[in-house]
Write a protein that binds this ligand. Structure first.
Ligand code: HSE
Length: 403
C-alpha cells in the first residue's frame, strides 16, 4: 500500500483524488500496489464532499505522519508550496507537482534534494497539462541532442487567437467571451502577456539542455497587440497567428523566445486550435516529434500528476536521475536572434515604399485591402537590425515573426 497526501484540494487536487478513485483498479494493476489518499491539506472544510474525512488544516499533521510515502503538491504559488515540498523531500518522500512557478524557480534545488534523499521530484503536469512531455524529454528523447522546441503552451491565448481567426472578432470581445466561459482568468495577464508560456518553455529548455534557464532571460511578447487586421493579413498569407514559445540550440548556443508567430498550413502547429496545446520537438536523431493534447483542465492535468505518482510508487528508494543543474544556461542575447518579419506601417504604399527599402532592404509587399497602411515581409534579419529599422521608420503599427 502506498499512502499519498495531497496539498491543496482545488481543481487539480480534487482531480487527482478523482482519478485515483475512479481508476483505482487499473492503477493498482499497473503500479503493483494499491495507492491510497491518506490526507488532504486545505484551509477549507469541504462539508459533504467525499474527501471531507481526509481534510487536515495543518501541514504538520502530514509532515509528522510517518506512513506517508508520496506528497502531491497542487496548491500553486511559490510559498508555502516551496517550504512544504522541500520538507517532504528532505524526509525522503517523493513529491509530484503541477506547479510550474515552483518548478521554474526552484527546480534544480528540489531535484538535488530528491537525488540526495533517494526519492523523486516529478512535475509532468507543470507543462502542457495532460500532455506527456517531461518524461518523454527525460527518457524517450534522452539519446538525442534537442535542436529545437516550439510549443503552443497556453490554452487561453490559443483559444483567443482561434476565435479571432474563425469569427473575425476583435481581441477585447474574444477575451470577455473567454472569461465568461471560464477559459480565461479574471486577471488574464499571466496568459495574454505570455508569462505562463515563458515559465513553461524555461522548464523545457532546462530539461533539454541540463542547466537552469531563468525565465527572466527569455524575451516574452504577449498577444494584446494582435488585431483583426493582423489576422486578415495572416489569412492572405495562408497562415495563422499562434503564440509560440521556443528554444533553439545552434551549435551549443541556445536562444529562446515567447512571441506571436505566423505559421503556414504546412507547419505542424498550424492545426492546433482552441484550448489545445502542442509541443514540437526536434531531436538530432529522432527528427520532428510532436505532442498534442489538453494543456489544462481538471482531469487531464490530474492524469499527468497521477502518472508521476505511479512512477514514484514504482521506484521506492530509487532516484530517477533528472539532468537539470544549478548552473545558469546562457541565452543568446535577444538582438542576435534571426527572424523573417511581417511588418505593418501607417501611411500609404507611396508614402512608405522608399523609406521602407532604405530601412529594411528588399521586402515583399502584402495586400489585404487597407489603403491607410503598408504591409511587407522582410528578409531574414537579426532582432538588432529590426529594432534599428523600426526606430528609423517611426511609424510601425505591428510586427509578427514567421516560424
Ligand atoms: N492558464 C493556463 C493555460 C493553464 O491557459 O494554458 C495551464 O497552465
Amino acid at each position: 500500500m502506498i499512502n499519498v497526501s495531497i496539498l491543496g484540494y482545488g481543481t487539480i487536487g480534487s482531480g487527482v483524488f478523482q482519478v485515483l478513485k475512479e481508476n483505482c483498479q487499473i492503477i493498482k494493476e499497473r503500479t503493483g500496489e494499491e495507492i491510497k489518499v491518506k490526507s488532504i491539506l486545505d484551509l477549507r472544510d469541504f462539508k459533504g464532499d467525499h474527501a471531507e474525512e481526509l481534510i487536515v488544516h495543518d501541514f504538520k499533521e502530514i509532515d509528522g505522519d510517518s506512513s506517508i510515502n508520496i506528497v502531491v503538491e497542487t496548491m500553486g504559488g511559490l510559498h508555502p508550496a516551496y517550504e512544504f515540498v522541500k520538507a517532504s523531500l528532505e524526509k525522503g518522500r517523493s513529491v509530484c507537482t503541477s506547479n510550474k512557478a515552483l518548478v521554474a524557480a526552484f527546480g534544480p534545488e528540489l531535484i538535488n534534494i530528491a537525488e540526495e534523499k533517494k526519492c523523486n521530484f516529478l512535475f509532468e503536469a507543470s507543462v502542457g497539462g495532460g500532455i506527456p512531455i517531461i518524461r518523454p524529454l527525460k527518457s524517450s528523447l534522452a539519446p538525442d541532442i534537442i535542436e529545437q522546441i516550439s510549443g503552443i503552451l497556453n490554452g487561453t491565448t490559443n483559444y483567443i487567437l482561434t476565435e479571432m481567426t474563425e469569427k473575425g472578432a476583435d481581441f477585447e470581445t474574444v477575451l470577455k467571451d473567454a472569461q465568461a466561459k471560464g477559459y480565461a482568468e479574471k486577471d488574464p495577464s499571466a496568459d495574454i502577456e505570455g508569462y505562463d508560456a515563458c515559465r513553461k518553455i524555461a522548464i523545457l529548455a532546462s530539461l533539454a539542455y541540463g542547466h537552469q534557464t531563468d525565465f527572466k532571460d527569455i524575451y516574452t511578447e504577449g498577444i494584446t497587440k494582435i488585431t483583426d487586421r493582423d489576422i486578415n493579413y495572416a489569412k492572405k498569407l495562408k497562415s495563422k497567428i499562434k503564440i509560440i514559445a521556443s528554444c533553439k540550440n545552434t551549435g551549443g548556443k541556445v536562444s529562446a523566445m515567447v512571441a506571436p508567430g505566423l505559421v503556414n498550413a504546412t507547419h505542424p502547429l498550424y492545426s492546433v486550435d482552441g484550448v489545445f496545446n502542442a509541443i514540437l520537438v526536434k531531436g538530432n536523431m529522432a527528427g520532428d516529434v510532436m505532442f498534442y493534447g489538453q494543456g489544462a483542465g481538471k482531469l487531464a492535468t490530474a492524469s499527468a500528476v497521477v502518472s508521476d505518482i505511479i512512477e514514484a510508487a514504482k521506484h521506492p528508494g530509487i532516484n530517477i536521475k533528472t539532468i537539470w543543474d544549478n548552473q545558469k544556461l546562457e541565452i543568446v542575447p535577444f538582438k542576435e536572434n534571426i527572424s523573417k518579419f511581417f511588418v505593418r506601417v501607417s501611411g500609404t504604399k507611396a508614402e512608405n515604399e522608399t523609406k521602407v527599402k532604405e530601412a529594411f532592404g528588399n521586402v515583399i509587399p502584402v495586400e489585404a485591402g487597407y489603403s491607410d497602411e503598408y504591409a511587407f515581409i522582410t528578409e531574414e534579419i537579426t532582432e538588432g537590425t529590426y529594432a534599428s529599422a523600426e526606430k528609423s521608420l517611426g511609424n510601425i503599427i505591428n510586427k509578427i515573426r514567421f516560424h
